[in-house]
Design a protein around this ligand. Structure first.
Ligand SMILES: NC(=O)c1ccc[n+]([C@@H]2O[C@H](COP(=O)([O-])OP(=O)(O)OC[C@H]3O[C@@H](n4cnc5c(N)ncnc54)[C@H](O)[C@@H]3O)[C@@H](O)[C@H]2O)c1
Length: 249
C-alpha cells in the first residue's frame, strides 16, 4: 500500500518543498496548482509525483481535481492546504474585489478542497494540515485581508478537528513565519525584512524545508494523537512581545 499526499500550491515555495518531503517518505504526491507551466515543469522531474492543474477557489475545478486524484491513486492519506496569495494594503484601499481575491484562495480554497477530500480521508483515517500564517495569529498593519483570511483558516482547522475526529481524521495548522519565497518577496520590502530579523528571536527567515518538516510530522503516525493544534513555525515570533530595544542587553 502506497500512501498518497495531496498538496495544493505545489508548483513552488513551501508546497514544492512539502511535495519533496512526502516523496522522500515514500508517498505518492498529487501536486495541485493553477500555474500550469510551473506545475508541469516541476512535477515532470519528480518520480512518484503527478500534477493536476486546478484553481482551489473554484468549486467545479476542485471536484474535478479530487476525482482525478482518486482515479489515479484510489486514496488520500494526507491533505496539505497550502495554496495561498498575499496582498498587503491599508483598509481604505482594500476594495471588495481585492478582499475577495485573498479570501477566495486562502479561505474558500481550504474549505472547498477539505470538503471534497473528506470522504476519501474518512476511508484512510487521514490527516489535514492547513497552512495559515503568523499574520493570522498577530494582527499587523496592511494585512486586513491576508491576516483575516489566515485567522479564519486557524478557526476552520479547529472546526475540522472537532467534527472529523470521530472519523479518525486529524486536522492541524501550521502558521509559518517569514520564508523567502515568491509570495513573500513580492510583499516584503528590504525594510520589512530587516524589521522581521529584528523581531524574531532566531533573527532570520525560515527555509521552505523547515516548514515541510513540521507539515510532514503533523501528517505522520508520530503525530497520531495531535489534532486541532496550531503550530507556529516562526523562529519564536509569536511567543514574544515587541522586542523593545530598551530591554536588550
Ligand atoms: N512565504 C512566507 O513568508 C509565508 C509566511 C506565512 C504563510 N505563508 C503561506 O504559505 C503558503 C505557501 O506560500 P509560499 O510562500 O510558498 O507561496 P508561493 O507564492 O511561492 O507559492 C504559492 C503557490 O500557490 C499557487 N496558488 C495560489 N493561488 C492558487 C489557487 N487559487 N489555486 C491553485 N494554486 C494556487 C501559486 O500558483 C503558487 O505556485 C501560503 O498559504 C502562504 O500564505 C507563507
Amino acid at each position: 500500500m502506497t500512501r498518497t499526499a495531496l498538496v495544493t500550491g505545489a508548483a513552488r515555495g513551501i508546497g514544492l518543498a512539502t511535495t519533496k518531503h512526502f516523496l522522500a517518505q515514500g508517498y505518492r504526491v498529487a501536486m495541485i496548482d493553477r500555474d500550469a507551466d510551473a506545475l508541469l515543469d516541476e512535477s515532470a522531474a519528480l518520480e512518484g509525483a503527478f500534477a493536476v492543474v486546478a484553481d482551489v477557489s473554484q468549486p467545479d475545478q476542485v471536484d474535478r481535481m479530487v476525482a482525478e486524484v482518486l482515479a489515479e491513486t484510489g486514496r488520500i492519506d494526507a491533505l496539505v492546504n497550502n495554496a495561498g496569495v498575499a496582498d498587503f494594503g491599508p483598509i481604505e484601499d482594500t476594495d471588495f474585489a481585492r478582499w475577495r481575491v485573498v479570501m477566495e484562495t486562502n479561505l474558500d480554497g481550504v474549505f472547498l478542497v477539505s470538503q471534497a477530500c473528506t470522504a476519501a480521508l474518512k476511508e484512510t483515517r487521514g490527516a489535514i494540515v492547513n497552512i495559515a500564517s503568523i499574520s493570522g495569529l498577530r494582527a499587523s498593519t496592511l494585512r486586513v485581508a491576508y491576516g483575516t483570511s489566515k485567522a479564519a483558516v486557524i478557526h476552520l482547522t479547529k472546526q475540522q478537528a472537532a467534527e472529523l475526529g470521530e472519523h479518525g481524521i486529524r486536522a492541524n495548522c501550521v502558521a509559518p513565519g517569514p520564508v523567502k519565497t515568491k509570495l513573500s518577496i513580492a510583499v516584503h520590502s528590504p525594510e520589512i525584512i530587516a524589521a522581521y530579523h529584528d523581531a524574531i528571536p532566531l533573527n532570520r527567515y525560515a527555509s521552505e524545508d523547515e516548514m515541510a518538516n513540521v507539515i510532514g510530522f503533523l501528517c505522520s503516525e508520530a503525530a497520531s494523537y495531535v489534532t486541532g493544534q496550531i503550530v507556529a513555525v516562526d523562529g519564536g515570533f509569536d511567543s514574544t512581545g515587541i522586542g523593545l530595544p530598551a530591554l536588550r542587553v
